[in-house]
Write a protein that binds this ligand. Structure first.
Ligand code: PMV
Length: 330
């Protein structure tokens, strides 16, 4: 079974967990699902019990055994899915991202959503989007829970574990926004988001942000319902700054930003002064996601591409949820 699952960009970030292994978040998060950055994952049932095989596509396209940092959580996740399905057969998983991985472009979101749905279907299950979100979250990636749906999606903080899954706030066609991703760093980021979540509560600003979140979440839900970028933009920028404020003041500190990050942030502010509404956000990495309406896309993309620090601009948009495909990766 082959599945294509989208990445997403968080407007309100998931940062800090009650239970990291199962990605039970300390706070609710809201994201926009993307159409162009995605992961394709093929799950094949091997007729006998045995070790699962986890393959990851390299930049050149060959499938190679996945590095331990990816393979270990995937093995654990497949074991849990197999028990849930009441099956014993091993699985062969092949996964490919169509965008640079591990540099703050949420490859864990699309990666775990894709392989969760592919494995569940291969094991004979047919999860609803809510069930897919629940099981994607149980992989250990909170952002993957949001990639189970298209459009605008909220993952609540949740109280009971089995009820902590994402739900859609609005479909992709409710409001089309652009996400122009300015790539200023292609090397894998130094510190994983897993370590970032672990260290987050050591920042003196961690609890303060949690106090500010109910108002931010309300404002983002309202701005999405009203298709109001002027109301959404300042909140999504405040959220990005606070995420990085917390990483930089955690013990030990984490600096995801590169000099290019600041240059892009400057360019976005200048665009606004000149009358082009565009707003910037970053996940756990140096690259900057610039959010704007389609009518501003050309002007914003051109400005970003003209900066010497920008290696590439990926043009993305609001997109649909995961889907099963006929092609196979293996
Ligand atoms: O899903 P994880 O564990 O990779 O954490 C995601 C963390 C951020 O991307 C920084 C924020 C988010 O909500 O997507």
């Amino acid at each position: 079974v082959t599945v294509r699952a989208p990445s997403n960009i968080a407007f309100v970030k998931y940062w800090g967990a009650r239970d990291l292994q199962q990605a039970l978040p300390r706070n609710a998060s809201i994201s926009m699902t993307l159409s162009e950055c995605y992961t394709r994952s093929t799950a094949t049932l091997v007729p006998e019990p045995g070790p699962d095989e986890i393959l990851l596509a390299t930049e050149g396209g060959d499938l190679r055994p996945a590095p331990e940092a990816f393979a270990v959580p995937v093995h654990r996740h497949l074991e849990r899915l197999r028990r849930h399905a009441g099956r014993v057969e091993a699985l062969r998983i092949a996964t490919r991202n169509n965008f640079p991985s591990d540099c703050g472009l949420a490859s864990s979101a699309s990666g775990f959503a894709a392989l969760t749905l592919a494995a569940m279907r291969a094991l004979g299950l047919d999860p609803s989007p809510a069930e897919l979100s629940l099981w994607s979250r149980r992989s250990g990636s909170g952002s993957a829970a949001r990639s189970a749906h298209g459009g605008y999606v909220e993952l609540p903080a949740g109280s009971a574990e089995p009820e902590t899954y994402a739900h859609p706030l609005a479909a992709a066609d409710h409001w089309e926004l652009c996400d122009l991703i300015a790539i200023v760093q292609l090397d894998p980021k130094g510190v994983s988001s897993r370590d970032g979540h672990l260290r987050a509560p050591t920042s003196p600003y961690f609890e303060r942000r949690l106090e500010l979140l109910p108002a931010r979440l309300g404002a983002v839900r309202r701005a999405i319902a009203d298709r109001n970028l002027g109301a959404l933009g300042p909140v999504l920028e405040a959220e990005a700054i606070d995420l990085h404020l917390i990483t930089m003041s955690s013990e030990p500190p984490i600096f995801y930003w590169r000099p290019g990050t600041l240059e892009v942030l400057d360019a976005v502010r200048n665009l606004r002064t000149e009358g082009s509404p565009a707003f910037a956000t970053m996940d756990a990495g140096a690259n900057v996601h610039v959010i704007c309406e389609p009518r501003e896309e050309e002007a914003v993309a051109e400005r970003l591409a003209g900066l010497a620090v920008v290696q590439r601009v990926i043009r993305d948009r609001t997109g649909a949820g995961p889907r099963v495909e006929e092609v196979s990766l293996s």
